[in-house]
Write a protein that binds this ligand. Structure first.
Ligand code: PLP
Length: 510
């Protein structure tokens, strides 16, 4: 493909993308292809001779699009959304053109410096305390990760390293002065075997996966409906006491702002009180608290949400992560991870290799983000964030969040108006409502009610016009409906309600 062919193909592609967004609502949300459909449509081997773009392009609509589930469809109410916007797409385009693996500052100074600046902008917009700013009093800062799962893993690695440094006497000084390297290694391994990461039964599975990858113990503290599915001071204190009784040493807690199942928010005040009774804040061996705000963190652009969630309390914790790519109009991937002290990351993750040395890095003058993350190479992801923050402005982002949250409230209100058909299990919370069918008859068993709600769920999804996902809370099957996609309008919510009412009546009639 030469430059002229690229110009023509790219212009046509942009037009096609615009048409795609304009007509998205007329497609089915979820792909209906059978598993393995694509292998049957493609040759067994790569072509020996290059093909013209026209031939490749033709296969995009014919072969690829049927296998696409449309995450930006107005009827996409499943999981949490995967955002997209025109300024963000432009950022992706430039990022691809300027292709970098900017692990060190010198690899492309703008990639590193823009990331530091936009993450400071974002931290301020979200109302995070100054300790999470790169210019803040505790040498904090933000770094873009690929996903919230990567962020919790990175936080756990840093937390483990910090805990070990604080609780195992260092080699060569103080109590560790007379210890050999082998003895020191043994002490570290023994300590690691007693360490445990904590989360709750509604924490996203990525925390458990991080513990699995690190090979460390993991305990999920049960959260209850009567506490709004939030981790409380009492719940955490009991878990800490149980760990102590078992000779285990908690070093990490994954707290959540907006759990995946119901969008509950853990009690930050209660967590810090329980932890202060365990090990005083700042003392050696304190528990690292990571706040996972992967989805709901976006709503913090609104001052009223900063107030209702008391986000300033995260000053007492150690790290915070939110995905702009879920609800804040930036394309996947843009997981924004902040730490209160960047040295906790660099101490845990700096591994020198001669090939990466350079004057700027060796002089300690610059940030090398490879020391803040697990992979080495990194894309130019701050560009799309910069474009979105500038194109929408904070007011535009607030408008997007408030508009989508209002649709969630209207949806939940409509369900309440039909309390003869629906029971709200949780919400609306951050544009998520969780609900189930009412009992068909008095004394219906849990199993019968689950079967009926599942029937409603499956019939609604079979319509192809919207996509809902489900969860199970204390054995109760429930449906989740999220109203946070950019293209969703109130009329789509009206359609969703109408469809749900019709199918619910049908299911209850039997
Ligand atoms: N944390 C929460 C609360 C989530 O809801 C999710 C996914 O929806 C994740 C973490 C994982 O996100 P990621 O795909 O960025 O790893």
């Amino acid at each position: 493909m030469d430059a002229q062919e690229f110009r023509e193909a790219a212009n046509a592609t942009i037009d096609e993308i615009i048409t795609y967004f304009d007509t998205l609502g007329s497609r089915n949300v979820v792909s209906t292809v059978e598993p393995g459909y694509l292998r049957k449509l493609l040759p067994d081997e790569a072509p020996q001779e290059g093909e013209p773009w026209a031939a490749i392009h033709k296969d995009m609509e014919a072969k690829i699009m049927p296998g696409i589930t449309h995450w930006n469809h107005p009827g996409f109410h499943a999981f949490f959304p995967c955002a997209s916007s025109y300024p963000s797409l432009l950022g992706e385009l430039y990022s691809a053109a300027l292709t970098t693996a900017a692990f060190n500052w010198i690899c492309s100074p703008a990639v590193t410096e823009l990331e530091t600046v936009v993450l400071d902008w974002l931290a301020k917009t979200l109302g995070l305390p100054a300790c999470y700013l790169s210019t803040g009093p505790t040498r904090g800062g933000g770094v873009i990760q690929g996903s919230a799962s990567e962020a919790v893993l990175t936080a756990m690695v840093a937390a483990r390293d910090k805990y070990l440094r604080e609780t195992v006497p260092p080699l060569g000084s103080g109590e560790g002065a007379s210890v050999t390297e082998e003895e020191y290694e043994e002490r570290v391994m023994v300590k690691k075997s007693r360490m445990v990461a904590l989360a709750t039964t509604l924490t996203h599975s990525s925390a458990k996966k991080a513990a699995l990858i690190l090979g460390c113990r993991f305990r999920a503290i049960r959260v209850r409906e009567e506490d709004g599915y939030a981790l409380t001071r009492e719940g955490l204190a009991a878990a800490l006491a149980e760990c102590r009784a078992q000779g285990l040493e908690p070093f990490f807690l994954a707290a959540t702002l907006g759990t995946t199942d119901v969008c509950s928010v853990d009690d930050f005040e209660g967590i810090s009180a329980a932890l202060a009774d365990h090990v005083p804040p700042g003392a050696p061996g304190e528990v690292w608290v990571h706040v996972d705000a992967a989805y709901a963190g976006a709503a913090l652009v609104c001052p009223e949400v900063q107030e209702s969630t008391r986000i300033g309390l995260v000053e007492r914790f150690h790290s915070f992560d939110m995905n702009m790519h879920k609800w804040l109009l930036v394309n996947f991937d843009a997981s924004c991870f902040f730490v209160r002290n960047r040295e906790w990351l660099t101490q845990a993750l700096s591994v020198n290799q001669a090939v990466y040395g350079n004057k700027a890095s060796d002089g300690g003058l610059v940030t090398d983000y490879r020391e803040w993350q697990i992979p080495l190479g990194r894309r130019f992801r701050s560009l799309k964030i910069w474009f979105v923050l500038r194109s929408y402005g904070v007011k535009g982002l607030q408008e997007h969040i408030r508009r989508t949250m209002k649709m969630g409230e209207d949806f939940a209100g409509a369900l309440k108006d039909r309390s003869d058909l629906f029971e709200i299990v949780s919400g609306p919370s951050f544009a998520l409502t969780v609900f189930r069918l009412v009992a068909k008859s008095e004394g219906a068993s849990l199993e019968e009610r689950n079967t009926q709600t599942r029937a409603l769920y499956e019939k609604v999804n079979a319509s192809g016009k919207m996509w809902l996902t489900s969860t199970e809370l204390d054995g109760r099957f429930a449906i989740r409906l999220v109203t946070a996609v950019r293209t969703t309008e109130p009329e789509h919510i009206q359609t969703a309600i109408k469809t749900l009412v019709e199918i619910a009546e049908e299911v209850l009639r039997g």
